[in-house]
Design a protein. Structure first.
Length: 273
C-alpha cells in the first residue's frame, strides 16, 4: 500500500491507497517543528482504527510546500514504515513538460494537481486549488504544465481584513443570500464570496483569451480544496470539484517513478503488531 503525504501551509494530509481505492484520509495542522515520533503516535492510532498496520505500507510519497516540515516527514517514513519516501520535485518523471522559466520553483502541489487532473479529465484545463493561497494552474492539451496564477487564499483574506480594520469582526465564509449586505457581517461575507467568484470568472476568462494552447479545445475547469464545493455553487465556470486531486497526483507520481532505496533497519513496531 502507498502512504501519500500532502503537506501544505495549513494542514498535512495523510492517506493510504491500496492499489484500488483510498482506504483512509487524515488531516493534521501543519507545524514544521512536529517530530517524526509525534506524527507516528497520531498516525499509527488512525491506521489501527482503519484496520491497517504499519507493515501494510510498502511505499511512501511526500509532496510539500513547507521545506522545514520535510525532514521529520521523511524520518517518519524511514523509521516507522521502513520506506525511503519519493519526494515530489520537478526533476522526477512527471510524464509531461514543465514549460515555465524555473521549473524548480513550482510548488509540488501545483504539479501534482496538473498530473492528476490531466490524467482524469485530459486537457486543456485549469485546476483551481482553494488552499492557503488560491492557485490557478494551466495544463495544455498534451498535458504540459504552462504556469498559472497565485492569489491570496480566502481565509487569508478574511484574517487580513479583520486585523487591518479595527471595527471589522472575524467572520466565517458562506454564500450570502443577497449581494447587498444589510449589516456588517453580511456585507463582509458578500464581499469575500462574490469577490472571489468575480476573481475566478475573471482569471479563467483571461486565461482563455491569452493562451494559444487552450484555444484549440474546450477549456475544462477543475476545482479542488476544502472550499471548492462552496464556490462551485456560485459560478458556472467550475465544471467539476475533485477533493482528491493532489493525493491522486502523488499516487500517479509514485507509479511513474521507481521507489528510492533505503538501507533496511528494523521497524520501530517489531514485536508489537
Amino acid at each position: 500500500m502507498l502512504l501519500a503525504v500532502d503537506a501544505g501551509n495549513t494542514n498535512v494530509v495523510f492517506a493510504v491507497h491500496d492499489g484500488t481505492e483510498w482506504r483512509g484520509r487524515w488531516r493534521l495542522r501543519t507545524e514544521a517543528e512536529r517530530t517524526s515520533d509525534e506524527y507516528a503516535v497520531w498516525l499509527l492510532a488512525l491506521l489501527q482504527h482503519a484496520g491497517l498496520k504499519p507493515m501494510d505500507i510498502t511505499r511512501c510519497a511526500i509532496g510539500t510546500v513547507v521545506p522545514a516540515a520535510l525532514y521529520n516527514l521523511r524520518r517518519l517514513c524511514r523509521e516507522w514504515f521502513d520506506c525511503e519516501p519519493l519526494i515530489a520535485r520537478a526533476p522526477l518523471d512527471w510524464g509531461f513538460e514543465i514549460r515555465v522559466d524555473a521549473p524548480h520553483e513550482v510548488g509540488a502541489d501545483r504539479l501534482l494537481n496538473a498530473l492528476a487532473a490531466h490524467h482524469r479529465y485530459k486537457g486543456p484545463l485549469v485546476v483551481i486549488d482553494f488552499g492557503t493561497a488560491t492557485t490557478f494552474d494551466v495544463v495544455a492539451k498534451d498535458g504540459a504544465y504552462l504556469g498559472g496564477v497565485i492569489a491570496p487564499g480566502i481565509n487569508l483574506s478574511i484574517e487580513a481584513l479583520h486585523r487591518a480594520a479595527a471595527r471589522l469582526p472575524r467572520i466565517g465564509i458562506g454564500r450570502p443570500q443577497a449581494v447587498v449586505g444589510r449589516n456588517t457581517v453580511a456585507a463582509m461575507q458578500s464581499g469575500i464570496y462574490w469577490g472571489y467568484i468575480g476573481l475566478l470568472e475573471g482569471i479563467v476568462a483571461r486565461i482563455r483569451a491569452e493562451y494559444d494552447e487552450v484555444k484549440d479545445g474546450r477549456l475544462k475547469v477543475i476545482a479542488t480544496g476544502g472550499l471548492a464545493p462552496l464556490f462551485a455553487e456560485g459560478t458556472t465556470v467550475i465544471e467539476t470539484t475533485d477533493p482528491d486531486t493532489t493525493l491522486d497526483g502523488l499516487r500517479l507520481l509514485a507509479q511513474r517513478n521507481p521507489a528510492p532505496t533505503l538501507v533496511r533497519h528494523p521497524r520501530r513496531d517489531d514485536g508489537l503488531a
